[in-house]
Design a protein around this ligand. Sequence first.
Ligand SMILES: *Cc1c(COP(=O)(O)O)cnc(C)c1O
Length: 344
Amino acid sequence: MNKKALNWAQLGFQYSKTDYRFTATYENGTWNAGSLVDDEMILVHEGAPSLHYAQQCFEGMKAQSAEDGRVLLFRPDLNSERMNLTTQRLLMPEVPKRLFIRAIEETVRANSAWIPPYGSGASLYIRPMLIGVGENLGLNPAQQYEFRVFVSPVGPYYKDAGLAVISLAVSEMDRAAPAGTGSFKAGANYAGGLLATLKAKELGANEALYLDSAEHRYIDEAGSANIVIAMKDGSFITPSSNAILPSITRRSLMHLAGKQLSMKTEERPIDLRKEFAQFEEVAACGTAAVLSPVGKIWFDKKWHTVCQDGQTVGPIMQEMYDLLVGIQKGELADNFNWLHEVEI
Ligand SMILES: *Cc1c(COP(=O)(O)O)cnc(C)c1O
């Protein structure tokens, strides 16, 4: 199929309207089969619980073109499992894995002209979402739900193309309570973070970095990405916290660091101030951020530089990035069976 005439290499992380989206409805205890539609607008009741009480959740993933033309998803089964952990927490109906995967495959296939070509540096972002719709007023779960999947071709999440070094500013605001909803991809977690992101940007940072909300000591995560750290002792660590989103990218990087690069890996609380001097390289990771090396972090009223100059990508994160992206694009061996091909 002919590709759209887009300037793929110039794309940022923005919504572009593609031709089709998938929608399915849950009513009277069952899901309908769902179908592709071309209308990007959703008509919902003014009393819908998703609008008032944020009874909604979402997922994020990407489809990539391989050199041989295959279209590859990365571990979509984990997105399905994570969405269904969120649905339990928010009293929403589970989206069956078969429906979830089929919806994604159909949407990607129907929009194949929008899938950025191999080598363009862009990819097709996929946004599955589940919203409580239907008439409601009191604080009750919705009676009806819409599951929708739309896609948009995207470039890098942080402005500069490629492996750009970013900076983070520790937020004075909390993202999520220890036994709250921080570990779920629920929209309710994100509106409160908009101001924290704005404040971080005012300091010249790309994003806010959250510490644990109980003690403001341990690293939780960035606004839309988890944190991984290569320590001076050669270990590769990531925060353990029940308030952070269990990033699929982070879980994959930890696995690659341990199994493929034979590094000592550990998931444990990381005390930012106490341990900062032991950080060799830091990165933010996620579907959108991929792996973005962090050059400096703002805390205690000043910038703290990671590595020597805070601007150069370190060798460990470069290797991790090459490994992860190489697998996602089908360039390197998929040793752990992470890729899911969409027949176009
Ligand atoms: C989506 C998201 C991530 C990244 O998760 P991936 O599964 O790697 O895409 C990290 N943190 C937050 C807060 C997120 O919403």
